[in-house]
Ligand binder design. Structure first.
Ligand SMILES: [Zn+2]
Length: 389
């Protein structure tokens, strides 16, 4: 788990950070080159340990003395990052590692021996003075910080990310189970009728983003004005991401805090993303991010997430009597069941059906585990919805 905070370095610290970022990038690219050359020309593969030894040699070299200035831990970490990039490549998870470019996001990671954290005073080894971190929230008492990553994004903002090993911190049990329908007008609608809304302010930002991007395309690439405009575009991007994340974090927190079991339909997310006319608003709402957040928060809190991944008629079925309607116009927000006369809000009805299917699945799981259903610690399981229509 990682906690990210905004960082406001002093001028002196900025200079030091720029050096660290530059050296970390240099070492990464240098080692990538070394590994590639050696393999291409001699057919010899170079391991992490080999690069580590070569780095020690390189630093003794007169022309490379400047590599001694930043924390050596950050440089070692570059080699480790490269190693995992190669591992991902060998395992088929990613393409061949590429060189890190000067412009763009810059990072340096410090292992536990390269920073000190006392209470809220954080300083990097060799870095001048304590860093000015905006502690927007408290770290949990159970959190043990194992590494610190310093980042400068393309909008020129600095961040510090603290990676923690964390003890689970279960919440008191509740008996509530909720079904959640993921949608567009509302990112999430729950079976008890709560509607999350969709962060509308994003629309203004998206409009401004489009405008700024258009302006950028009219500037001469590489010119001062182009750089300025590029910074503006990056700023808007960053603001959109911040607002979106904030919204999703609050939503997932609330769902996990208030419910013991959370049932989600995860199949539609994919299906609807293929629908081009809806795609834009969905990518803006970030369903998969929300689902991921609910899952990890549930795990710490000892809650259960039930994912329903088989299609079932959640919007067409009456949650009161089980009657399935033949048609389901997407625009119809309210409808009355022709069988039992119950009137429904489309999304709340869907969420209620999701809850019902999830509960059936959860019951199965409890009996599967031989009565261990009361054990704390979340399990994420997949329930299959009824396929009969
Ligand atoms: Zn009905």
């Amino acid at each position: 788990m990682a906690y990210r905070f905004r960082l406001y370095p002093t001028d002196e610290q900025r200079t030091a950070l720029a050096k660290t970022f530059g050296c970390a990038r240099y070492v990464y690219n240098w080692a990538l080159d070394l590994r590639t050359q050696s393999y291409c020309e001699e057919g010899k593969s170079v391991s992490y340990t080999d690069t580590s030894k070569a780095l020690t040699k390189l630093k003794r070299d007169e022309d490379h003395e400047w590599l001694k200035e930043p924390s050596s831990v950050a440089l070692q970490q570059s080699l480790r990052n490269l190693e995992s990039a190669f591992q991902n490549f060998f395992d088929g998870r990613a393409g061949y590692p590429s060189f890190k470019r000067k412009h763009g996001k810059e990072t340096a990671r410090l292992a536990s021996n390269a920073f000190t954290l006392y209470g809220k005073s954080l300083s990097a080894a060799k870095g001048p003075g304590a860093l000015n971190v905006r502690w927007s929230r408290d770290l949990p008492d159970t959190c043990n910080v194992t590494s610190v990553t310093l980042t400068k994004d393309s909008a020129g903002r600095y961040f510090v990310s603290l990676t923690c090993t964390e003890e689970k911190d279960p919440l008191p049990e509740t008996s509530k189970t909720v079904g959640v329908d993921l949608g567009i007008t509302d990112v999430a609608v729950t079976s008890d009728g709560h509607k999350s809304g969709n962060p509308k302010h994003l629309e203004n930002d998206l409009y401004r983003l489009k405008k700024a991007q258009r302006r950028l395309s009219r500037k001469m690439k590489g010119s001062e004005n182009w750089k300025k405009q590029k910074r503006r575009v990056a700023n808007i991007h960053a603001r959109i991401a911040d607002k979106r994340n904030d919204f999703l974090h609050k939503l997932s927190r609330k769902l996990v805090d208030e419910n013991q079991t959370i049932c989600l339909e995860t199949l539609n997310v994919k299906g609807m993303q293929q629908n081009r006319s809806l795609a834009h608003s969905i990518s803006g709402t970030g369903w998969s991010t929300l689902v991921r957040q609910i899952e990890y928060k549930a795990e710490w809190a000892g809650r259960t997430v039930v994912k329903i991944d088989r299609w079932f008629p959640s919007t067409k079925r009456c949650s009161a009597c089980g009657h399935v309607r033949k048609t389901k116009p997407l625009s119809e927000r309210h409808w009355r069941c022709e069988e039992c006369g119950e009137s429904h809000d489309r999304d709340v009805n869907a969420a209620k059906n999701i809850r019902t299917v999830g509960l059936t699945g959860a019951a199965d799981a409890a009996s599967d585990s031989g009565g261990h259903s009361k054990t704390r610690g979340a399990f994420v399981r997949t329930a299959h919805g009824p396929v009969n229509e």
